[in-house]
Design a protein around this ligand. Structure first.
Ligand code: HSE
Length: 473
């Protein structure tokens, strides 16, 4: 608590606090004084990290200060910035800057620490230090929340502070708030999302312009979309971090990053993008969290989606999350999933939310994962071998009579039926053709066995390419 605060409980508000201490000992929750009591003059924030998002946050806070303050009901002041960068993409004016980010976590003047440095090492120490010092935290760090969120929320609960993380998932889309608060009446059955802007940008450019994978990735890095380590984007780790967070909010389960099945987009070939289109599908890198007979599926992988689905038409760096609740039915949330100001938009929304509730009794704030911490469920997460989907298969096969029949026989023996087939002409001088099949839904382990048998046939060559198919119906 800052010096001079009149508030008698553990809010962490600073010296400008107007909150009236109720002499009855009810710590300000006397309804007679609450109109005045709920107003703080100012909330002081410390921003750690001045990269793409940090600079974006400073710029938006300064440009829209009047509107933001009018919404928050108090002045949001940047008291201090902790950053190593000498030339940030924002004007810091006379804001105090330190190269030691822990100075910000220890600064008694600061109510809210905004962690925008990323990663799970220094950022983790910083967040725990801020919590220990009774500060609320706003973070855009999906890896930190997905991997250490359970411990972080426990520590925050103990200190009566809040850790807000809207910017951690889907950049500028307020999807955390939508699931945690807007859909709180629903039993959520499943959700599916395009939750990595870089990956979606790459797949879109490959499809629309026939561009090369690595060339598009380079552009995504220059535009500030990609993670510091871009394999996080293309191998699905970033999407898995985000999916874990969404699943916990949707199903009331602890964060379990180690249980997500993750497959990247780096092996998607241009010919699969083309064949998918010929079959009426688009390939998207999808995160899926779904209930399945008392268990839960958590998976990130390239997915064929019927082109008539709205989510199949989400292109470029845009993200979208489709959430199916039993009361509301399907709802779709769409917007920019990365970039300086879209992500800053979510960071600042969290700051405003915190400024509004800084004086609320910690027990009556919105719980971190939407469910009360003692109400989280221990639901089994299924291994991918038990998951049921349809499949796109591309098989390199000898161009000879009876080959297609042999392949479909293997599938039929595994009780897998074929929905669609394309056979391409062999190239000049080639004796092998590409056979493309779309199967009905089956449990993955049965498809694994069938694929092994197809690969063992004398009339096929190389590995079968397989991509999961979801109708999202
Ligand atoms: N690298 C991430 C993306 C940034 O491309 O979506 C936002 O989390």
């Amino acid at each position: 608590m800052g010096t001079g605060c009149h508030f008698g409980c553990n809010t962490g508000c600073n010296s400008d606090c107007n909150y009236s201490f109720n002499p009855d000992g009810n710590e300000g929750f006397n309804p007679d004084i609450n109109v005045k009591a709920n107003t703080l003059n100012s909330v002081k924030i410390g921003i750690c990290g001045l990269g793409t998002v940090g600079s974006g946050a400073v710029n938006v806070l300064s440009r829209n200060a009047d509107e933001i303050n009018a919404r928050a009901g108090c002045q949001i002041l940047i008291s201090q910035v902790g950053a190593r960068r000498d030339n940030p993409a924002c004007d810091l004016g006379d804001i105090s800057v330190t190269r030691d980010i822990f100075e910000v976590a220890d600064n008694p003047d600061i109510d809210i620490l905004v962690e925008l440095i990323g990663g799970t090492t220094v950022a983790k120490d910083l967040v725990f230090r801020a919590i220990k010092n009774g500060k609320h935290v706003v973070t855009a760090n999906k890896a930190l929340i997905a991997e250490f969120g359970n411990e972080i929320f426990d520590a925050a609960k103990e200190k009566g502070v809040t850790v807000a993380f809207e910017a951690a998932v889907a950049g500028g889309i307020p999807i955390i708030k939508a699931i945690r608060e807007g859909l709180s009446a629903n039993r959520i059955e499943w959700l599916a999302g395009i939750i990595n802007g870089t990956g979606n940008f790459i797949l879109t450019e490959m499809r629309d312009k026939g561009r090369d994978f690595s060339d598009v990735l380079k552009e995504a890095q220059e535009l500030g979309y990609a993670e510091a380590d871009p394999t996080f984007d293309v191998e699905g780790i970033d999407a898995a971090h985000k999916l874990v967070i969404l699943a916990s909010l949707a199903f009331g389960i602890p964060l379990q990053f180690d249980k997500v099945f993750t497959e990247g987009i780096s092996k998607i070939e241009p010919q699969d993008v083309t064949y998918a289109e010929q079959l009426g599908y688009r390939i998207k890198h999808l995160g899926v969290a779904s209930r399945n007979n008392g268990s839960i599926e958590l998976r990130v992988h390239p997915t064929l989606i019927p082109e008539k689905c709205l989510i199949a038409n989400v292109d470029g760096v845009m993200n979208a999350v489709l959430v199916n609740g039993d009361a509301v039915g399907p709802t779709l949330y769409y917007g920019p999933g990365a970039g300086a100001e879209p992500t800053a938009s979510s960071v600042i929304a969290d700051i405003v939310d915190l400024a509004r509730t800084l004086t609320a009794d910690p027990e009556h704030r919105v719980p971190h994962l939407g469910f009360q911490p003692d109400q989280l469920n221990d639901i089994n997460v299924l291994p991918i071998s038990e998951v049921e989907t349809a499949y796109y298969l591309r098989i390199t096969a000898l161009d000879a009579p009876g080959v297609l029949a042999k392949i479909t026989q293997v599938l039929s023996d595994a009780n897998i039926s074929v929905e669609a087939v394309i056979q391409k002409e062999p190239g000049a001088g080639k004796d092998h053709v590409q056979l493309i099949l779309v199967t009905n839904r089956t449990v993955e382990k049965y498809l694994d066995e069938a694929v092994e048998k197809i690969q063992a046939l004398d009339s096929t060559a190389g590995d079968v390419v397989r991509i999961r198919v979801e109708s999202l119906g």
